[in-house]
Design a protein around this ligand. Sequence first.
Ligand SMILES: Nc1ncnc2c1ncn2[C@@H]1O[C@H](COP(=O)(O)OP(=O)(O)OP(=O)(O)O)[C@@H](O)[C@H]1O
Length: 580
Amino acid sequence: MFWKNVQRKYALTDNGIRNIKKGTAWTVVVNLIVISGMSILYLLMTGFMNTLTKETPLPNALLFTGVTAVFLLISYLAHLQQYKATYGLVYGEVKSARIGLAERLRRLPLGYFGKRDLADLTETLMGDVNRLEHVWSHCLSYLYGSWISTTVIAVGMLIYNWKMALACLWGVPVAFLLLFGSRKVHKAQSANHKKAAVQVADGIQETLENIREIRATNREERFLEELNGKIDRSEKVQIKGELTIGIFVNLAGVIMRLGVATTILTGTGMILSGQIDFMQLFMFLLAITRIYAPFDQALALIAEMFVSQVSANRLQEVHDTPTAEGTEVFMPGGHDIEFRNVSFAYDNQEVLSGVSFTAREGEVTALVGPSGSGKSTCARLAARLWDADRGEILVGGVDIGGIDPEVLLSDYSMVFQDVVLFDDTVMENIRLGKYGATDEEVLAAAKAANCDEFVDKLPNGYATPIGENGAKLSGGERQRISIARALLKNAPIVLLDEATASLDVENETKVQGALSRLLMGKTVLVIAHRMRTVEAADKIVVLSDGRVAEEGSPAELLKKEDGLFRRMTRLQTAGAEWSI
Ligand SMILES: Nc1ncnc2c1ncn2[C@@H]1O[C@H](COP(=O)(O)OP(=O)(O)OP(=O)(O)O)[C@@H](O)[C@H]1O
């Protein structure tokens, strides 16, 4: 139960908590060995005292040297085991924590990422895990081990001489109580600091991402001022937090050390009243130096544990968020996509209400409607990137809400407006469409998507790296890579969100040719803003304010006198004439 709590509280893996237990056991062994070493010193001192006072022979030098050598060897071996069980194993734990987090993030529904921004998540993966690394390696085993060994030693001392034991040890619980009492202050300050640090990271990321817009609108100075303000605030909060911790840790250290004074006072009184002799006082003084040593360090560690609690909670929050689960068996009867009375809200704001329509296999179904009417949301729900709040979405008669997202997505090709590219070569970016595709397959898909035209001009052709998120490519070039990926994947369901919007007319015509080959016989859901794109669709679903307003073939909808589709087509045609 105790260890289960520790595991949860400090976001440890099963392996991690096993290592903490091992580290604790070795810390107990090390502390007991070190304190037993004091008895060698005590016996040596007693020998010398006897020589001085009772004229007995000097202690046997060879014997003491031998015993000391054996003690040092045992002590070295125990320290080595302790090191391995704490510092040595923690790197594996850090690796597992990061991989576990990344794996968890991969399986979380997209809605989660809308609530936590990228800088915040990066801080959890890097900063929070780093902070916990120190707690996992330096604090937990060390602290628990020291508590156990001190309890054992304290019991021995109490049995031996309870008055002297109390005089030695009273400071330890008082110092820890003081620190535990101040726990809330440290946690609150740590939470403030985390918030300020995330704001700084956010500010830097926003400035870098929007550098073009910032320059274009002459707002560089204002952005830098805001960023400086955030950095100053973060610094102030950090200094305040460290100062408070410093005050409490030092105060606790001073209280603990008052035990030396009370030991000397009580011991002197007891020597004078004949209850103990000088050597017994000497032994207690030796013992407290060894008892205080691990706790000196532990006081600083315990403060760090309180502060790290904020990081642990942030990690645990990611692990506690439910992932999009489902069965890995997906055997649909065809690939019709059917929306049945689907409703969906972002943060309690309903954007789809009772949407029902069917996109048939072998047909192109176009979703049209004013901006914000819910077209992209429908496409996301159709691929289970988000889960519907009410209603059902079926593919070939199977409710996709019960299918593992990864299995489901293997049946989808998607070309969205915001193309995601990786800092790799053109070749590898296209190969992402189909795991293990040969170079020939990749090149054929690239050619069909009209990539040759711009790739030929790159210094190393398809082997040219394209920079972070394809920074070295134009919007149209990025979109052609995305289309090539979809061609390569050749999945039975194709989702297109204005797939050719960034292409010029010449390229659009060429890519449309490739797209029509890709779309042949598939279930195609197209989101279109330009009516020209949907002229050739088999079916059009018109969305308005998150509801289906009209449905039918383009010809049918154009005939509707006061229909929304007819009005939108007219407006766009008029707009096109004006712009010419
Ligand atoms: N991640 C999100 N979080 C919160 N609200 C969102 C999110 N994405 C979209 N919305 C809101 O949901 C509504 C529907 O958005 P959606 O992108 O589906 O519309 P759309 O018809 O595709 O718009 P457009 O034609 O402008 O691309 C809009 O009001 C939008 O502001």
